[in-house]
Design a binder for this molecule. Sequence first.
Ligand code: ADP
Length: 916
Amino acid sequence: MLSRDSAWTIDEYQKVFNLQLHFIAIISQDGTFLKVNEETLRLLDCEHSELTALNFFSVIHPDDLQVALNFFHSKLTAGNLTIRCRSGDQSYRPITWSIKFDDGKFFASGTEVSEKVLLEEKLSFQTLVLESISEGVVIINSKHEIIYVNSSEVALFGYDDEELIGKPISILNAYHEEETERYLREVTNYVRTRGMWQGEWLNVKKDKTKFITSCRVTFLKLNGEEHTIIVHRDITGRKRFEQIREALQSRFKTFFEQSSVAMQIYDLEGNLLVVNKACCHLFDYTADDMIGFNILKHPSVELLGNLPYVKQAFTGQEVEIPAFYLDPSMYNRPGRARWLEAWLSPIKDDNGRIKEMAVFFKDVTEKVETHNQLQKSILDRKRFEDRLSMAVKVGKVGIWEWIPGSKEVYFDETIQTIYGLELEDSKISLKEYLGSVHPDDRDLLLQQVKESQEEKRPYLIEHRIFRKDGELRWIQEAGTTIFNQEGKPVLMMGTCSDITNKKVAALDQRYLSEASEILSRSFNFQENVQTMADHSIEYFCDACIVDQLKPDGSIERIVVSARDQKVKERIKDIQVKYPQRYGHDHFLFNTLVTGKTYFLEDVQTTWSALREKHGEEYVQDLSFVNPRGIISARLKGRDSLLGTITFMTLEGSTHSFSERHKHLAEEIAYRTSMSLENSLLYLHSQEAIKSRDEFLSIASHELKTPLTSLTLQNQMRKRQLDKGEGHSFEEAKFRKMIEADDRQLRRINRLIDDMLDIARIRAHRLTIHKEVFDFGPFVTDVVERVAPQMEAAGCSFTLKLCEDVQIEADIYRIEQVIVNILTNALKYGAGRPIRIELEKFNYKVRLLVHDEGPGINPEDSERIFQRFERATHGREISGLGLGLYISRQIVQQHDGALYVVSERGKGSTFVMELPR
Ligand code: ADP
């Protein structure tokens, strides 16, 4: 019963509910007031019926709304919420609501708490700041009760703020309560004198884990009361850092072990603590071998001169040891000697104190040896250059260098000149260098370089390049490669010279020898020269002309070669239209007289001079040929002028003349001259052979005629004697017979004498026995002896002599000459008078024999004095063509002269001059 009686009825609840001086409300999750008591209706100043239209959140002060919303949304089963709520008079009243959540509703009971809210209002401007920082903030009052915590602090310690507000600060400290009090007192005193305390604080979380925070403590005055504000620095970051550092150390261990850089770590006494694999490999030691090595005490360090560096590093500096040579044989250990570089890097703690020493090694053997080789090659080259610099300068040999793999080639000044370049830093890009090589030669060059490297031998190549100005040149390039110990190429160097002139000279030489071959192909000179001229226009000119000088001084154009047929015709026509002779002042033929080669690079420069000399029309005709360059050289035999050879370049052609072509033309002229002379000699010898054949037939005939007549006479006389008619030879008849025989015998004798003389002359055995005698009476004697023959030939004669002409001569040989001239005169001038004159002049005496015979053509006047030469052909007048030859030989042996002055049809005068 009692228990039943003790249970509240709803009515009783209702009455008590309404009597409450607290504010009581049941609120839905969205803030709607479901039920409130009378006191709350009074606060809100509304009727029951108006209640549903009101919302809990709408009466909360806007500044407190967020706190309220957070509270509601967190759906905590129970808690306190202090907020300002709007009353019926529109003023806000601070109310602490004790709220319980149950069955989807909030059951709230509130009391007005004006003083506390006032404090919090004061704090509110700072609250925002305090809430937003990541450090934990807690404020305690003078009783050391917590009156404020920010969200970071709450999160840090694992509490709700309601759980902390109003609690003693000792709840957060891991010290004992008394200890906390003591510390707080100390800290408070410190703050009072210094303004702020900073240090570490041992804390405890809600879940009882202890942790250290870095702490700052200062005072804050609120409402005249002294509060303490404590800020906890979140040291989780540092913790994380420490974790990372641990992870890093394990990673570093891997890196240390696996790195290809040789590493060692020493303690502060210099004892080796640890080495990595790369280091063991570098020194060919095991790690165990090395442990115990002391970098500050080992003699090798000092021996290598590295101790000062090591000592310096142990003072805390980063130190680099330059390349040093480590030879294991120093310690009687096997292994290869190496060049090393080292770095010493002190390892320090957070306070900057050296803990350990890290040493790194790098194997620089290849680098050092390459460098040494380069140095050596530079030194070698210096020595080489000293010796060769003169030769190089004179020989115009350039030097180049290339480091394999680099994009630039070094060119010295000479090569730059050869390539027509002016390089600022003496370097040409590889691309530009290869670009200047003639495309047809490029592959060959690269191939040569490759092969020379593979076979480790120098290379030498001739190839063409295009200079910067586009000119094509021939160069000779030599190169060699320097290799390091591993056999890798480290440097290529070589020389380069311009061999264009040599190459061109070789081509010229080839042309000349081909020309020589052509010129000696046959005895047909004209044909040979024509082929040679055609060959020349293939090689260096556009037209080639050969003019032959005739014995009469006229000039005959015997060969013309030109690419263009019309030009060829015009060149021929000009010589026909304007015939030139030896001695004419003509630009092409002056060379005949002077022997100086005519060389004109460009006709343009001399048109006006040519016009002045040869007239407008000539220049017009010449301009149809349109020459640009002209070279005219003389053709000359051993002792006769033969003509000229002329080469021309024409306007618009690719050929042009330089000094080189002048020499070439002179060479060709020389070879053509020899060829022309040879063929003339050949023609001559052909004619000579013909004359000799004729001589033989005449000689046999001449001998046979008197012999036949003698034989016939003899047979006739024998027959008469046989018949017994010997008595019939009367004296007169007998005499006549003897005289006739005598003539025939003389004729035979003379022929044989002549032939013997010829043999003597040929053997240089014609002997002269000189004696002094008076020439006048002597001539008279000789003429008288020939007189019967002259009479027989029907020739009258006159003799005009001067007196007292002493000469020294071979009397019989001179008689032979005079008889010969007189005999010819009566032979060729039979029936006509002969005039013989002897005259003195200067230191000479001159005998003239004039006949009125047929005379001699001027062109034959020399020829008749040669062997077997006769101006009279056939056998109209007997003779061997020997007399005048022998006579001249005799006279010349007396230092005299024998010649003829004659004109065809006007008789001849033979003149013999002898010194007195
Ligand atoms: P040959 O025995 O033929 O007379 P020569 O040596 O005495 O030989 O003369 C050479 C040639 O010179 C002769 O064949 C002849 O043609 C020419 N000749 C020589 N004397 C005279 C002359 N007085 N008048 C014309 N022709 C002459």
